[in-house]
Design a protein around this ligand. Structure first.
Ligand SMILES: Cc1cc2nc3c(=O)[nH]c(=O)nc-3n(C[C@H](O)[C@H](O)[C@H](O)COP(=O)(O)O)c2cc1C
Length: 186
């Protein structure tokens, strides 16, 4: 069985609905996976590089779980990558520690999926926001294994009971799709 690491990049899971639900359901379905909650570990953004590199070394499959913030990952997750994926570790002529591992993105957005198209209000399909992650994987010798994405999980809908129920069902479904994908890889 491959070792799965799930890195949560939400900046505050106490203030999350979708990512919190996805993480709870994924943990329930996949208790053997390792979970790293960056908001709990690094509320001050001071990443323990050695601990995080060791965490990466233990994993065969790395999942980045996050809400889309300004069409990218939240700054906390981005900082984790900046600090942890160092020259000589993940890339560079001697940096081969991530080589052969697999990477999966798992993310949510406020705007619904059908807004992410060339003729829609978000102007680009969601895939068009991912080349930087794909190239990061390639540079580090990580195998790009795609993503699980759910849209329409808006902060603004949290006070509407019917919307909350819809978002809950969608987040739970997201977790099931993610686990199904991971089990297919493991
Ligand atoms: C700072 C910030 C930036 C955001 N940027 C986007 C965005 O670029 N596109 C989008 O569809 N939603 C965006 N959203 C909405 C979040 O993606 C959405 O609220 C989140 O996926 C819901 O997950 P949560 O309940 O776990 O917080 C943004 C929200 C915040 C707070």
């Amino acid at each position: 069985m491959k070792k799965i690491l799930i890195v949560s990049g939400h900046p505050d899971l106490n203030d999350s609905f979708a990512n919190k639900t996805i993480l709870e359901e994924t943990k329930h379905l996949l208790p053997e996976a390792e979970f790293a909650y960056l908001d709990k570990l690094y509320p001050d953004f001071h990443i323990d590089v050695k601990a995080e590199q060791e965490r990466l070394l233990r994993a065969d499959i790395i999942v980045l779980q996050y809400p889309l913030f300004w069409y990218s990952a939240p700054s906390l997750l981005h900082r984790w990558v900046e600090q942890t994926f160092t020259h000589g570790f993940s890339h560079g002529s001697t940096g081969d520690k991530l080589k052969g591992k697999q990477i999966v993105l798992s993310f949510t957005s406020g705007a619904p999926e059908d807004m992410y198209r060339y003729d829609g209000p978000q102007h680009y399909p969601i895939d068009d926001f991912l080349p930087a992650y794909k190239q990061m994987a390639d540079l580090c010798g990580l195998q790009w294994c795609g993503y699980i994405y759910s849209g329409g999980l808006s902060y603004a809908s949290r006070h509407d009971e019917a919307e909350l129920a819809r978002m809950k069902a969608k987040a739970v479904r997201h977790a099931h799709l993610l686990v199904e994908k991971l089990k297919g890889m493991a």
